[in-house]
Structure formats: structure tokens, C-alpha cells
Design a protein around this ligand. Structure first.
Ligand code: SF4
Length: 101
């Protein structure tokens, strides 16, 4: 009986950690993703199409964009334009908006 009770106690914990693991490993946006292509998203901001996107300026990164949902030091984070996925911290897209401050 003891082992059965213990098993029942472990299940919810295992479920919770699975959920955390899934959230933490949200998929990175691919540059080939149709939404990414439409916005000129690149995982490396220095590779932005400067001829096509005249608004690009050196130093612009997802991490200093107002829409970036991670911390300035994060390698990747959420962006409302790519729901359920993550953009690279060093990425860029044409919807870039400088973070205030
Ligand atoms: Fe990066 Fe900002 Fe474009 Fe989102 S809107 S992909 S955070 S540059």
C-alpha cells in the first residue's frame, strides 16, 4: 500500500515538471517560417537585409526591442509576433521598435 500511495504522490510532480520543461524549451522561430519571412526576421541581426529594410540600424537586436518578452541578457525569448515560439536574442525583424529607456 505504501508504494502505491507514493506512486500517486509522484505523478502530479512529474506532470508539473514536464510542463515546465515544455515551456522552457519553446521552439525557436525558423527564418523560413512564413511569418518570419514576411517580417524579414533573421536570427542574427547583422544578417538583416539592409537593402530591403532601410529601417535597420546597427545595434538593433530583439533583446533591445520593445516587443521582446525576455531579459536583455537572454539568448532567446518570446515575441508577440511569433506566438508560442521564441526569437533569438540577437535576432531582428522589420517590426523592430526600440525599447524605451
Ligand atoms: Fe525581435 Fe522585436 Fe521583431 Fe519581435 S518584433 S522579432 S522582438 S525585432
Amino acid at each position: 500500500m505504501t508504494s502505491r500511495r507514493r506512486f500517486i504522490q509522484i505523478i502530479p510532480i512529474a506532470g508539473a515538471s514536464l510542463l515546465v520543461a515544455r515551456t522552457a524549451s519553446a521552439q525557436l522561430v525558423s527564418e523560413k517560417d512564413p511569418q518570419a519571412a514576411a517580417l524579414g526576421y533573421v536570427a542574427d541581426a547583422t544578417k538583416a537585409d539592409k537593402a530591403k529594410y532601410k529601417n535597420y540600424a546597427a545595434g538593433q537586436l530583439c533583446t533591445n526591442c520593445a516587443l521582446f518578452q525576455g531579459k536583455a541578457t537572454d539568448a532567446a525569448g518570446g515575441c508577440p509576433l511569433f506566438a508560442g515560439k521564441q526569437v533569438a536574442g540577437k535576432g531582428w525583424c522589420s517590426a523592430y521598435a526600440k525599447k524605451a529607456g
